[in-house]
Design a protein around this ligand. Structure first.
Ligand SMILES: Nc1ncnc2c1ncn2[C@@H]1O[C@H](COP(=O)(O)OP(=O)(O)O)[C@@H](O)[C@H]1O
Ligand SMILES: [Mg+2]
Length: 247
């Protein structure tokens, strides 16, 4: 059972450039944490470390007080929705069975609906072929298929990296509600700039210059916090459109 994930003084570099620099972070069972940071600050790198695709140059990543590298069944505990989920040139059914080989058609339909693909599945069947690396589907559909996979797998620790990319505002609200229900008793690490989805988390950590520079509930962040800057920018943009009578 998952209890705790810890980064202790982790440094990771690409070609001598330090992306994470003495990075420290702890997340405990059933906590819901958002990580915000400007583009290129290393959010996806952090996820890749958790996935063991890459390993730290120094420092430690621990799971339940044991080194991540020695932890068994890590991929069973972990469920990741990444920015570019892989789609196989097979049927929609096969693409979902990867996540859970014993899922029934009914369960697959339910997962697709919860992931915001109600309309998509109305005009297709589970036998529909998705094309080489998903060339027959849109970016937003790809993300939602990845989300349906996650729902079917039901992992303990969930990592969402920009999960609403390519998903329009009309389905967004419903999908967020479904994710909220799904993550209720689970641990969540979320990466996003969109404030609608940040409502899924209780705590926000700001990643800057390779470190977490502020962490806490929204009201605990300083006015200069990147989190609040993102929030103000989103509000200002919406107001600007209104003023211009575009909305
Ligand atoms: N494979 C790679 N080789 C070299 N540099 C990389 C590689 N992957 C990412 N980077 C660089 O590392 C930095 C952090 O990238 P990333 O973790 O993807 O940022 P974020 O997800 O926060 O936008 C960026 O400057 C990016 O250009
Ligand atoms: Mg990224």
């Amino acid at each position: 059972m998952f209890e705790k994930l810890e980064f202790i003084n982790v440094t990771f570099e690409y070609e001598g450039r330090k992306i994470l620099n003495n990075f420290n972070l702890e997340i405990n069972r059933s906590e819901k944490l958002a990580i915000v940071g400007s583009s290129g600050e290393g959010k996806t790198t952090l996820i890749r470390l958790i996935l063991k695709y890459i390993t730290p140059h120094s420092g430690k990543i621990m799971v339940n007080e044991k080194p991540l590298s020695e932890f068994k069944n890590w991929y069973k505990i972990l469920g990741v929705l990444s920015q570019r989920a892989h789609i196989f040139n097979r049927s929609l059914r096969d693409n979902l069975l990867i996540a859970n080989p014993v899922a029934t058609d009914k369960e697959m339909h339910e997962a697709l609906e919860k992931a915001g693909l109600k309309k998509f599945i109305k005009t297709r069947t589970l036998d529909t072929i998705l094309g080489s690396d998903g060339s027959y589907i849109s970016g937003g559909e790809r993300t939602r298929i990845a989300l349906a996979r996650l729902l079917l797998r039901n992992p303990e620790l969930i990592i969402l990296d920009e999960p609403l990319e390519g998903v329009d505002k009309l389905v967004e609200k419903e999908v967020i509600e479904n994710i909220k229900e799904f993550v209720k008793d689970k641990t969540l690490i979320l990466i996003s700039h969109r404030f609608s989805i940040l409502s899924l988390t209780d705590e926000f950590a700001v990643l800057e210059n390779g470190k977490i520079v502020e962490k806490g509930k929204y009201h605990e962040h300083s006015n200069e916090s990147l989190l609040k800057q993102f929030f103000r920018a989103e509000q200002e943009l919406t107001e600007k459109f209104r003023e211009d009578d575009v909305l």
